[in-house]
Design a protein around this ligand. Sequence first.
Ligand SMILES: Nc1ncnc2c1ncn2[C@@H]1O[C@H](COP(=O)(O)OP(=O)(O)O)[C@@H](O)[C@H]1O
Ligand SMILES: O=C(O)[C@@H](O)C(=O)COP(=O)(O)O
Length: 412
Amino acid sequence: MTVLGCIADDFTGATDLAGLLARSGVRVSLRIGVPDGPPEDAAAFEVIALKIRTAPVEDAVSQALAALDWLKKAGAERFFWKYCSTFDSTDHGNIGPVAEALMDRIGATQTIYCPAFPENGRSIFMGNLFVGQQPLAESPMKDHPLTPMRDSNLVRLLAPQVKRDVGLVDRLTVARGADALRAALADAPPHVIVDAVADEDLTTIATACRDFGLMTGGSAVAAPLPDLYRAADLIGDEAEAPAPTAPDAGAVILSGSCSAMTRKQVAAYDGPKFKLDPLTLDSDGPQAALDWLVAQDLADAPLIYATAEPDEVRAAQDKLGTAQAGEIVEQALARCARSARESGARRFVVAGGETSGAVTQALGVARLEIGPEIAPGVPWCFATSDGHDIAITLKSGNFGSEGFFAEALEKL
Ligand SMILES: Nc1ncnc2c1ncn2[C@@H]1O[C@H](COP(=O)(O)OP(=O)(O)O)[C@@H](O)[C@H]1O
Ligand SMILES: O=C(O)[C@@H](O)C(=O)COP(=O)(O)O
């Protein structure tokens, strides 16, 4: 039976959350989209990956509510709403409207918001979110194409997204421990931003909010929950993860992320590489890439990437339109994923949130079991694709170190 039901607003974010929950040894199951049928073989920790970060608000809310209803049927009474550790959203949503709709549906009168992820450099102090040493609005997130973050203050960012009041419990209170935090929450409004600068703060927050009907945040504030549930006998041995067997076969790396960290990872990769150009794809299609791929030895883990510097991306977007350029690249990488599988690839390394959506869809992956973590927030996952056991990892644009691709392959 499911103890914690989680809803993530994108695919890489979902594997990030699932990976952090799985650190404590519990079985975590990730579903791509709301499953059609009733819950079967539900794990103690279920994560539903949606693609609603930038969807119209009504769509995002209705998909999140459908996910909630499915998780309730799986037995969950506690829920977690996962969004980006950089609070990617606009004045309209979707962080606030989804949280408010989930609260209303489960009858929760208060929830907390904590996107802090200290291991990946995201911290919150006095309600202000930092990315490394930079305030959010001075970080590269200020130029995000869809959700440019131009304010660093989470109270101000959330307020226009919700109907009810927003408050803050700051680090000075969190540092005094779970009882002090509980007392502060008792006097706080329905939506509460909670500061956290270190993992100990996250444990304090998870302890104080363990029995909330709904918690919201990045992945890191959920990470202490399995151990807290174990200590409270809310989960038993059946929640432990079975030892997964990694398929031992060829690998392919597919990168459609143009984030700063992915650009370094592509540059640092020593194996065979093929660069996709959106303009060539538009005129000639992906055949050249498919021909190159089929000639590769999958034991060498070939990399196909569209990853490019911002000026190249802009040039392609100016000629093709932003959505069309993205779509062409995603479809090409999706075709490459299928072709690699037909050639025997059983290990897939994918970089980029949207790219991960396109590749998992092309591979027909519906459910993932979570395996070993490669880097903070990036686990290997195990699934079946067209009847084959595969291992796949979905990397957020800004996660992982420069050697991520090689590290991922060494980890299995
Ligand atoms: N060279 C390029 N020119 C234009 N768009 C590109 C290029 N390379 C990738 N893209 C598109 O940019 C988007 C990157 O988003 P995503 O995969 O979510 O990465 P991230 O997680 O880093 O944001 C995708 O839609 C991808 O198809
Ligand atoms: O919380 C995070 O930072 C990640 O889990 C995440 O959601 C990143 O999104 P993308 O960079 O768009 O993959």
